[in-house]
Design a protein around this ligand. Structure first.
Ligand code: MF3
Ligand code: CO
Ligand code: CO
Length: 257
């Protein structure tokens, strides 16, 4: 295809693929005993060795190269010396920059046996993202995306986090528009071919309220309920969409084997 956004999409594909391959690569390492710092280090090196750079590193004072959000952490969990153990589940969120363009994607990972309640939350969260992606095409509105996610997860008894949203992304990490994961049909900005943005619903098993820890980053559920998230970077094409951050290994949601 040749149009005014084909070069932008070409670069988004490269960045998106590297981010997805980084999550593919780290999957086998997500085992009891590994620290989230080790996950951070392995992913940083993989991205660098493959011609990219980790966007979160030094972004607004952030000191690590990705986010690891465990159990009741909603997002922006900071890698540390915490070892993963049986029963933990976590989101790993990678953003790779390749030739100035960004690929931003996250998946859930589980360690050993996790509560059934957490498994169901992870499944519903993944399904909410995929349901929202499937409706994408020029002419629909941002509110349609939020509606799709909110109506689906609330019907299952879960809640949508309000304090964080998806975002426009290209040669800028976070740009307009905000992509809310809740909303009303036929409201908000209309989607146009060439637009690139993330959808990254954060879904809680309890209430949607957020608390930020003293580190200034870590967002947890106020009621200590579980939280899950998946994220893709997407482009709107002439009559549909393209997912830039699809797994090369076919990994979609746990279990990955
Ligand atoms: N990757 C996150 C997102 O989906 C942003 C992380 S910014 C950081 O937008 F500084 F916290 F790493
Ligand atoms: Co994002
Ligand atoms: Co992200």
């Amino acid at each position: 295809m040749n149009n005014n956004y084909s070069e932008k999409f070409e670069k988004m594909r490269l960045a998106g693929k590297l981010a997805a391959k980084t999550l593919d690569m780290i999957t086998d390492y997500v085992k009891p005993g590994i620290t989230t710092n080790k996950i951070d280090q392995l992913c940083f090196e993989y991205i660098k060795d493959n011609g990219g750079y980790s966007a979160p590193l030094h972004y607004r004072g952030y000191t690590k190269s990705l986010c690891t959000s465990l159990n009741h952490v909603i997002c922006h969990g900071i890698p540390s010396d915490r070892e993963l153990g049986d029963g933990d589940f976590l989101n790993i969120d990678v953003t790779a920059i390749v030739e100035d363009y960004h690929g931003d994607t996250s998946r859930m990972f589980v360690v050993g046996d996790i509560p059934v309640k957490a498994k169901n939350l992870i499944d519903v969260t993944h399904e909410s993202l995929m349901k929202a992606i499937k409706i994408l095409k020029p002419g629909i509105k941002l509110g349609d995306i939020g509606y799709e996610i909110q109506s689906f997860v609330e019907e299952k008894g879960y809640s949508v986090v309000r304090d964080f949203c998806g975002h426009g992304i290209s040669n800028v990490f976070h740009e307009h528009p905000n992509v809310l994961h809740y909303g009303k049909k036929n409201t908000g900005m209309e989607l146009k071919p060439g637009m690139t943005f993330t959808i990254e619903p954060m879904i809680n098993s309890g209430k949607h309220d957020v608390k930020i820890l003293n580190d200034g980053w870590t967002a947890v559920t106020k009621d200590k309920s579980f939280s899950a998230q998946f994220e893709h970077t997407i482009g709107i094409s002439e009559n549909g969409y393209e997912i830039f951050t699809e797994s090369v290994k076919g990994y979609r949601k746990p279990p990955y084997n």
